[in-house]
Write a protein that binds this ligand. Structure first.
Ligand code: NAD
Length: 280
């Protein structure tokens, strides 16, 4: 297994490179994840909201490999907090059909109802009671992290947030480092062509790639590995799935890293969790 592992604050280890499955259709997920696993990925990031947990589970079971699996509690419905999170975990666990879940995240810091503080309390209980190794959150600001830690005394192992060369989350990463929270990057490639600002079309990344005989995508994934984020690129294309995994045999120089650091431009693509709440 060529993938480096990071130790989380609860003592468990996570493969630093994983495979994301957002927007992979149910009908394609089993085969796409099987391709990723045969390429060598040993970590898959799904969510109840992606509608493809069952197909992820089929691919993982079919591979016979030990695979680190993350799924997420999405709670913008009417019911929030403790009982809903517990029921949602059970449903995800059943759909995946694995003997345990490695990492369970609150997908978004919903405020309504019992809100994310009660959901976090539920996750801390689930980690004790359920076949679940680690708990964390996603899309939390430092103020929201502060609230759940103050309320429960339990620090999330991971905060999964939007993070790429145009939106580097420098302040939040510093906060995570102080608190022992691992930073996981979603949209690590800037989400391909979904947005007007196309990270992978940046000429600086192309120039660095040429110097190493790599693509812009490989340069960006390598940058994530070297700044210490957990990175979960998604692709439905077998050649790109392999390309995105071929990142363990080269290293970006300090000059390369500085040139990428200079690309940061506040280019957030998703909503800002400090101001946005999903409608009920
Ligand atoms: P991403 O940055 O991984 O971009 C994926 C897109 O980039 C692909 O669809 C493809 O168009 C393109 N691409 C992939 N590899 C490429 C390559 N080598 N060359 C050129 N183009 C390439 O975006 P993402 O899928 O949104 O994020 C990754 C994962 O993060 C998701 O699949 C999901 O698991 C997770 N995620 C979590 C949240 C959250 O709120 N927690 C939100 C979005 C995504």
């Amino acid at each position: 297994d060529p993938t480096p592992h990071l130790e989380l604050n609860d003592g468990s280890c996570i493969p630093q490179l994983g495979f994301g499955v957002f927007l992979i259709d149910q009908g394609d997920t089993r085969e796409t994840v099987a391709t990723a696993l045969s390429t060598g990925y040993r970590h898959v990031d799904t969510a109840a909201a992606y509608g493809n947990e069952a197909q992820v589970g089929e691919a993982v079971r079919g591979s016979g490999e030990q695979v680190y699996v993350t799924t997420k509690y999405f709670n913008p419905g009417d019911d929030h907090g403790r009982s809903d999170a517990t029921a949602a975990f059970g449903a995800s666990f059943d759909r995946l059909g694995l003997d345990h879940i490695d990492l369970y995240l609150i997908h978004w810091p919903v405020r309504a109802g019992g809100g994310f503080v009660e959901s976090w309390r539920a996750l801390t209980q689930l980690r004790t009671d359920a076949p679940l190794r680690s708990i964390g959150v996603s899309n939390f600001s430092s103020a929201q992290l502060e609230r759940i830690v103050d309320a429960t005394g339990v620090t999330p192992a991971v905060n999964q947030v939007e993070l790429h060369p145009y939106f580097q989350q420098t302040a939040l990463r510093r906060y995570h480092a102080q608190r022992g929270i691992a930073t996981e990057a979603w949209g690590p490639l800037g989400q391909g062509n979904r947005h007007a600002e196309k990270v992978l079309a940046d000429p600086v990344l192309a120039r660095i790639g040429r110097a190493h005989g790599r693509t812009a995508g490989q340069v960006v994934i390598r940058w994530h590995l070297q700044i210490g984020t957990i990175v979960i690129p998604k692709s439905g294309d077998p050649s790109r799935i392999r390309e995105n995994f071929a990142v363990f045999d080269f290293e970006l120089t300090a000059d390369d890293m500085a040139a990428i650091a200079a690309l940061d431009r506040g280019g957030r693509n998703g909503p800002d969790p400090d101001t946005y709440d999903f409608p009920k």
